[in-house]
Write a protein that binds this ligand. Structure first.
Ligand SMILES: Nc1ncnc2c1ncn2[C@@H]1O[C@H](COP(=O)(O)OP(=O)(O)O)[C@@H](O)[C@H]1O
Ligand SMILES: [Mg+2]
Length: 246
C-alpha cells in the first residue's frame, strides 16, 4: 500500500505549457480520476509521475519518498506502475509471455513468473487466450492484457490511461468491477478516462484539467454539478443521475 503525492507539477514543451501546477494525493484503497478534454495534459501527468518525462517544476513522492531522479524501472520496482493509452504489447509474443515479462520484475525465476502470470490472467478472465499472439487480439482484449502486464509487476499504485477506450459496454462493465476489486484490495488507483459513466461510478476524487491546468477537484457529485466543469468539458446537459443509469 502506498500514497502517491504530486505537488506543483509543471511541464513545458517549447512555448506550450502542457501541465501547470498539478497537485493531488492518491491514497491506498482510493480511486482518483483525472479527466479533461483531449490535449488537457492528462497523459503528460502520468509521464511525469512515472519518470518518462522530467518536470520543469514540482515533484512527486511515494509514501513520502521523493521520486525525482528515479528511472521508470526504479519507480516500477517501488510499486508505481502504469498502463499506456496506446497499448504496447510485444506483438509476436503470446498473451502469457507478455504477462510473464511483467511478472519477472519480482519473481525469482521464470517458473515463479509463470505462476504469477497465470493468476493475474485468471483474475482477468483471459485463460482461454494464453497462447494467442498479443498482436492478433482485438482492442478490448489488448486493453485487458495491458492491465494484466501492469498487475503482474505487483504494483502498489496503478496508473490507468484510458483502459476503457474502445471497449464495448459489457467490457466496460467488467473493467469497472475489476478496478473496484483492485481498490478494495488496497491498491491506490489513478485513472485517466473519458468514459464518464465509469468515472462517476469509480471515483473517490476527480481532478479536472483544462489546457494543462487544474480547474476543479471534488467528488463525482460535486464535479458533475460544477458549472466550470460543465462549461469546459462535460457539457450543459450532463447529469449524474442520467449517467449512472446508463
Ligand atoms: N513529448 C511531447 N512533445 C511536445 N508536445 C507534447 C508532448 N507530449 C504531449 N505534448 C502536448 O502536450 C499537450 C498535452 O498532451 P497530453 O498530455 O497527451 O494530453 P491528454 O492526455 O490530456 O489528451 C498536447 O498539446 C500535446 O500535443
Ligand atoms: Mg492522453
Amino acid at each position: 500500500m502506498a500514497t502517491l503525492k504530486a505537488e506543483g507539477l509543471t511541464k513545458r514543451f517549447g512555448g506550450l505549457t502542457a501541465v501547470r501546477d498539478v497537485g493531488f494525493e492518491a491514497r491506498p484503497g482510493e480511486i482518483l480520476s483525472i479527466i479533461g478534454p483531449n490535449g488537457a495534459g492528462k497523459t503528460t501527468v502520468f509521464n511525469l509521475l512515472t519518470g518518462f518525462l522530467r518536470p520543469d517544476e514540482g515533484s512527486a513522492s511515494l509514501d513520502g519518498k521523493p521520486l525525482a531522479g528515479l528511472s521508470p524501472e526504479a519507480r516500477c520496482e517501488a510499486g508505481l506502475v502504469r498502463t499506456f493509452q496506446i497499448v504496447q504489447p510485444f506483438k509476436g509474443l503470446s498473451v502469457l509471455d507478455n504477462v510473464v515479462m511483467g511478472a519477472m520484475l519480482r519473481a525469482g525465476s521464470v517458473k515463479a513468473a509463470r505462476i504469477v502470470a497465470h493468476r493475474v490472467l485468471e483474475e482477468l478472465d483471459m485463460l482461454s487466450l494464453l497462447d494467442t499472439p498479443a498482436g492478433s487480439l482485438p482492442i478490448g482484449d489488448r486493453k485487458r492484457l495491458e492491465m494484466a502486464k501492469a498487475l503482474a509487476t505487483g504494483p502498489k499504485v496503478l496508473l490507468l490511461d484510458e483502459v476503457m477506450g474502445g471497449l464495448i459496454p459489457v467490457e466496460v462493465k467488467r473493467m469497472i468491477a475489476f478496478i473496484k476489486a483492485l481498490r478494495d484490495r488496497g491498491l491506490t488507483v489513478v485513472v485517466i478516462e473519458h468514459h464518464m459513466s465509469a468515472v462517476m461510478q469509480l471515483s473517490d476524487q476527480i481532478l479536472v484539467l483544462q489546457n494543462g491546468q487544474p480547474i476543479a477537484t471534488g467528488t463525482p457529485a460535486e464535479i458533475s454539478r460544477n458549472p466550470v466543469v460543465l462549461a469546459a468539458y462535460l457539457g450543459p446537459n450532463f447529469a449524474l443521475a442520467g449517467e449512472a443509469a446508463c
